[in-house]
Write a protein that binds this ligand. Structure first.
Ligand code: X8Z
Ligand code: ZN
Length: 615
C-alpha cells in the first residue's frame, strides 16, 4: 500500500505544482471562410479545459485529505473524535468532487469521443472515471457511511493495545519475539497475542465489505475485488488466473522450502514428531509470509552490523543508495515531516504501526510513516518505502498531469523499493559499502536459501491466501460464519501452515493483516511486484551491470538509475504492459524469479532426501 488514503480516494497520487496537462495544439478552424455550417465541437479543447479545472481541484482536495489522514494515522487517541471527524469531512469533500454526478456525466461524454482526444487526455479521463466509481454521489449516503466506517476501522486497527505477559507491547516487540524466542509455549502465547485484535475488527470489516461493494456497484462493477483488479485492465477471473499461475510456477520450490522448514524447525524446537503442516507459531512472522530470519549466513550477519549503525542510519543509507543512482536528494521536509521511528514508550497516543509512503500534495511534500528499528526487516522496509518516495518524486514533473501521478500499475510502485531492498542485501553491495569484509568467505547457497525464505515463501501467502480470501470475501460474499475457517483452509492449502489450536469463528485472523482493513482487495499487488522486481533485477544484472543476479552491486550506477527512471518518470501515462516489454523484452512472467532460485533446488532436494513431503 502506498498510503491508506488511496483506498478511500481511489488509486491515484497527484502533485501541486502540476501543470494543467500538456497542451495539445487545438487546430483553430479557419473562420475567414464563408460562414456555412457551424464548426463541429472541439472535444480536444473541451477536454483540455475540463481537465485543467479537474486536476487543480483534485490536487487541492487530495492534499487536504492527505493532511487529515496523516494526522489520523500518526496521532491515534482512542475515543478522540476530532481527528476522525476532520478526516471524514476531508474525505467526503474529495468523494463529493471525484464522484459527482456532473463530473461522471462529463467524463463519459468526453470519452465517447476518444478518437478526437490525445492519448494523455483519454488516460486522464479514464482514471477520473475509475476514481469516481469508488465514491459515486448517486449513492452519496453509502459513500458517506463508508468513509466514516473506514475512519473508525483505522482507529480500532491502530489504536489496539496488544498485551503480552501482562504488559502492553508493540507489533515491533511481537515481531522481534517471533524472530528470536525459542520456547514453543512462549512462541504460541506471542502468536496468540498478535491475533487478539481480530475479533474487534469483525463487525467493522463486514460492514465495510457491503459498503465497498455497494459503492462500486453503482457504477456497474459487480464487486469491490473486480473494481480493484480492473485498475490493471483485468477481470477478476483474469487476475485470479494470473496469480494462480505465478503460484503454480513457484510451487515446486515452495514445496522444498516447506519440507526443509518443517524438519529444521522441529529440530530447533526439539519436537520429535515432525508435523505434516507447519504450526503457525513456529514461524518468524505473524502470518508466515517471510521466513528469512530462520537462516543466519555466516559472515553476512546484517542484523549485527545494523544494530551498531542504528535506525536513523538505515533510512539515510537508503537515500544515499538512491542518490548514488542519480536520484535527487530528498527535500528537507521529508525528514522534518515524516514519522519514521517508533513513538516514545510513554507517548499518550499511538500511530499506525505499518509502513507506508505518502505523496501529500502530489508534488514535493513526500513523507513516510514507519517505526524503523535497527534490524534487517526495517532496513529492507526503509528501502521499500523510499522506492515509493522516489517514484512520487520522479513522476511529479510537468509531463505528468496530477491524475496520472501513480505507478505504471500498483505493482510497479511496490516493486521498485522491494528490488532496491533485495539489492541492498547482496554481498557485493555490502562489501562495496564496507559493511562486510570483502574477503569474508560466505556460503552462496545459504545466501540464496535465506532469500528464498523471504521472497519465494511470500508468494503462496500473497497470491494464494490473501488474494483467494479477499476474492471470496468481496465477490462471493463469503458468509460471516466461515471467515476464519476459509482463512485457515487457504493457509493449509497454499502455505501448508496450520494454527496451533483450533481457531473458530470467534476469532478473525485475516483481519490481523492490516491490508485486509485499509488496503482492501489489492494484496496481489505484492505478489505481482515480486515477479516484476525479479524481471527488472534480472535485466539490470545481466544487461546493464553484467553481473550475476545473485551477486550484484548497483551502487553508483547512473545507467541503472536511468533505466529505473525511464520506468518511473511517466507515472501511469504509459501502458504498464508496453513499458515492461520495452524495458525488459518480456511480458509479465515468473521466469526470472524461478531462474534466480534454480540453483537452490538441487541443494534442497539433497537436504530433503528421505524426508516426507506433505504438499
Ligand atoms: O505492506 C507492505 C509495504 C507497504 S508500503 C510495507 N508490504 C507488504 C506487507 O508488509 O505485507 C511490503 C511487502 C509485503
Ligand atoms: Zn509499499
Amino acid at each position: 500500500m502506498k498510503t491508506p488514503l488511496l483506498s478511500i480516494l481511489a488509486a491515484a497520487s497527484l502533485a501541486a505544482c502540476a501543470p494543467t496537462a500538456k497542451a495539445p495544439v487545438a487546430t483553430t478552424p479557419d473562420t475567414t471562410a464563408a460562414p456555412a455550417t457551424p464548426a463541429p465541437p472541439d472535444y480536444r479543447a473541451q477536454a483540455e479545459q475540463f481537465l485543467a479545472g479537474y486536476n487543480a481541484e483534485y490536487v487541492r482536495l487530495y492534499t487536504a485529505s492527505a493532511e487529515a489522514e496523516w494526522r489520523s494515522n500518526t496521532r491515534i487517541v482512542p475515543g478522540d473524535t476530532a481527528n476522525s471527524g476532520a478526516t471524514t469531512r476531508a474525505n467526503q469533500r474529495m468523494a463529493a468532487f471525484t464522484g459527482s454526478t456532473e463530473n461522471i456525466q462529463k467524463l463519459r461524454e468526453l470519452l465517447e469521443h476518444k478518437t478526437d482526444l490525445t492519448e494523455l487526455q483519454t488516460k486522464q479521463l479514464e482514471t477520473a472515471l475509475y476514481n469516481a466509481a469508488n465514491n459515486p454521489q448517486t449513492v452519496a449516503e453509502v459513500v458517506k457511511r463508508r468513509i466514516a466506517a473506514e475512519a473508525a476501522q483505522t482507529e480500532k486497527l491502530y489504536g489496539f493495545d496488544y498485551k503480552y505477559a501482562g504488559k502492553s507491547v508493540t507489533t515491533n516487540d511481537l515481531d522481534e519475539l517471533l524472530r528470536k524466542e525459542t520456547n514453543p509455549q512462549k512462541r504460541q502465547a506471542v502468536w496468540e497475542t498478535s491475533k487478539a485484535i481480530g475479533p474487534t475488527l469483525k463487525e467493522g470489516l463486514l460492514n465495510l465489505r457491503d459498503l465497498r461493494n455497494e459503492t462500486v456497484q453503482a457504477l456497474g462493477y459487480p464487486d469491490y475485488f473486480t473494481y480493484q483488479a480492473s485498475d490493471y485492465g483485468l477481470s477478476r477471473d483474469e487476475m485470479m488466473a494470473l496469480v494462480r499461475k505465478i503460484n503454480t510456477e513457484l510451487r515446486p520450490l515452495y514445496r522444498e522450502l516447506h519440507t526443509y522448514a518443517r524438519y529444521e524447525l522441529a529440530r530447533k524446537y526439539k519436537v520429535k514428531q515432525v508435523p505434516d503442516y507447519l504450526p503457525a507459531h513456529w514461524l518468524p512472522n505473524r502470518w508466515g509470509q517471510d521466513w528469512g530470519s530462520m537462516v543466519d549466513v555466516k559472515g553476512l550477519n546484517l542484523d549485527a552490523t545494523l544494530a551498531k549503525k542504528g535506525a536513523e542510519w538505515q533510512v539515510k543509507q537508503g537515500e544515499r543508495f538512491y542518490q548514488s543512482l542519480g536520484f535527487p536528494a530528498l527535500p528537507e521536509s521529508f525528514y522534518t515531516k515524516s514519522s519514521l521511528y517508533p513513538l516514545p514508550k510513554d507517548a499518550a497516543y499511538k500511530k499506525n504501526n505499518h509502513a507506508s509512503a505518502w505523496h501529500m500534495d502530489l508534488g514535493n511534500d513526500l513523507r513516510s510513516l514507519m517505526s524503523v528499528e535497527a534490524n534487517t526487516e526495517w532496513y529492507e522496509t526503509s528501502h521499500h518505502e523510499l522506492g515509493h518516495i522516489f517514484y512520487y518524486q520522479s513522476y511529479s514533473n510537468p509531463e505528468v498531469p496530477p491524475l496520472l501521478r501513480q505507478g505504471a500499475n500498483r505493482a510497479y510502485h511496490e516493486a521498485i523499493g522491494s528490488m532496491m531492498g533485495l539489492a541492498a542485501k547482496q554481498k557485493p553491495f555490502l562489501a562495496g559499502l564496507g559493511l562486510i569484509d570483502p574477503k569474508t568467505k560466505t556460503d552462496q547457497t545459504q545466501e540464496l536459501l535465506k532469500e528464498a525464505l523471504s521472497y519465494v515463501v511470500f508468494i503462496p501467502f500473497a497470491s494464494g491466501v490473501m488474494s483467494e480470501w479477499e476474492s471470496s470475501f468481496y465477490a462471493d460474499k463469503l458468509p460471516a460464519d466461515q471467515l476464519n475457517a476459509k482463512w485457515w483452509a487457504l493457509s493449509k492449502q497454499y502455505q501448508g501452515i496450520v494454527p496451533p489450536t483450533n481457531r473458530g469463528e470467534n476469532y478473525l485472523d485475516p483481519a490481523t493483516k492490516t491490508h485486509i482493513n485499509d488496503d482492501p482487495a489489492q494484496y496481489y499487488d505484492y505478489a505481482l511486484s515480486y515477479v516484476i522486481l525479479f524481471q527488472l533485477h534480472d535485466h539490470i544484472a545481466k544487461n546493464i551491470l553484467k553481473q550475476d543476479p545473485r551477486a550484484t552491486n548497483y551502487y553508483g550506477s547512473q545507467e541503472v538509475g536511468d533505466f529505473l527512471r525511464d520506468i518511473m518518470r511517466p507515472g501511469s501515462s504509459r501502458d504498464w504492459r508496453v513499458v515492461l516489454k520495452e524495458k525488459t523484452g518480456e511480458d509479465l512472467s515468473a521466469r526470472a524469479m524461478v531462474d534466480y532460485f534454480q540453483p537452490l533446488m538441487t541443494y534442497l532436494k539433497a537436504q530433503n532426501k528421505g524426508r516426507k513431503y506433505t504438499m
